[in-house]
Design a protein around this ligand. Sequence first.
Ligand code: GLN
Length: 476
Amino acid sequence: MAPAANIAALRHGLDAGDYSARELAQDALGRIEAANPQLNCFITVTPEQALADADAADARIAAGNAGPLTGIPIAHKDLFCTAGAPTTCGSRMLAEYVPPYDATVVARLHAAGAVSLGKTNMDEFAMGASNETSWFGPARNPWHRQHTPGGSSGGAASAVAAGLVPLATGTDTGGSIRQPAAFCGVTGLKPTYGRVSRYGMVAFASSLDQGGAFGRSVDDVERLLQAMEGHDPQDSTSAERPATTRTAVAGMTLGLPREYWNGLDAGMAQCLQAATRELEAAGCTVRDISLPHTAAAVPAYYVVASAEASANLARYDGVRFGHRAEAPKSLDDLYRRSRGEGFGAEVKRRILTGTYVLSVGYYDAYYLKAQRVRRLIRQDFLDAFGAVDAIVAPVTPSVAFELGAVQDPVAMYRQDVFTTPASLAGVPAMSVPCGFCDGLPTGLQLIAPHFEEGRLLALGAAFQHRTDWHLRQPPA
Ligand code: GLN
């Protein structure tokens, strides 16, 4: 039951009776209890439910009915609805919210026998890149606690990196799985838009939001994805596709987009070049490509995402659910104060920006234009994938920064320069650990055409077969 055991080893231990799912859950709960006061990566821990689920998993294992994830501990980002357990979305607005139903992802993993230990910290409504917009305070990076774990799925990445859970769910709208994975030295996959059901995920920007997976290795992330993915009648944008399977690596052509590589921090560039050489040694050919509209991705993303957020967050009015102001004097006063008290500054900024870009007179200048730019960015990827099988890129412009170091909202938005393009295009992308700069992990981003997650898994697994960055563990 080593904290860094992989899923295959845990599966073997459970099936061989070396330990029970209950013991595994108890062990993880103990580690969470010890580490969470420092890391703040869990908003809610659910020990009773976890032990009940673990007992059910043990019964299944004893009956010979175990699936790949039966009895394996997991944590869910706190924007996946969990029946009977708080789902706060990192916000005061939903601090008291207990959903009456499970998100499809949660239900599928529960049905697979995975044992959920609780809900992980995140930026408020998934808006942020450092976990600092969370109403519950920031999660911390286990490699250096003064540094951010990234965001918005910072709690998930921190928990996996610290060895508290082997697997965690996350969501990625503009980078929220890939960036925290890179900052914490774990593996994170954002699937193709539509690969994983959004039903029961608290909505931020519905045309971009996508659930995905964190684990220490590509092998583990693959198992989690296979249990999450697939069409769901409850989400009309979820796709009817064959299950993800790995492709072959040898003979693949990889593109290095010059817009991502020019001007990169020297230490980071070295790690990425070394990583690229490993992929060449695994049988890939590497060539330069161009994604000419890359620089327009951040502005387009912040117009589109904020516009959708302003519409999605209109539902929090203090009436049906969510924070409700005390003793309202009128309906208007109820709306005003419930929303004023319930939302933090960054969420308000997005709602105001989003409402502005959708308003009469500005719609064409901002929203429509951003949609056109989005189309060009998508076309960049389609053109590139005419010549290469996958793209190799950095995930972030730097390693994890210190908490409090990035104060200017626009400087924070610029953190998303390498992650928002794939989000706008809807293509799958993965971050795998590829080295260290200044003692902090850095990630390699692999990007594939729509529904070609199999190529990402193959490339990532080949890379991890040749390197041991993913096996490094932060100091206890
Ligand atoms: N950092 C980006 C934002 O603040 C991405 C967040 C996300 O992917 N949820 O919007």
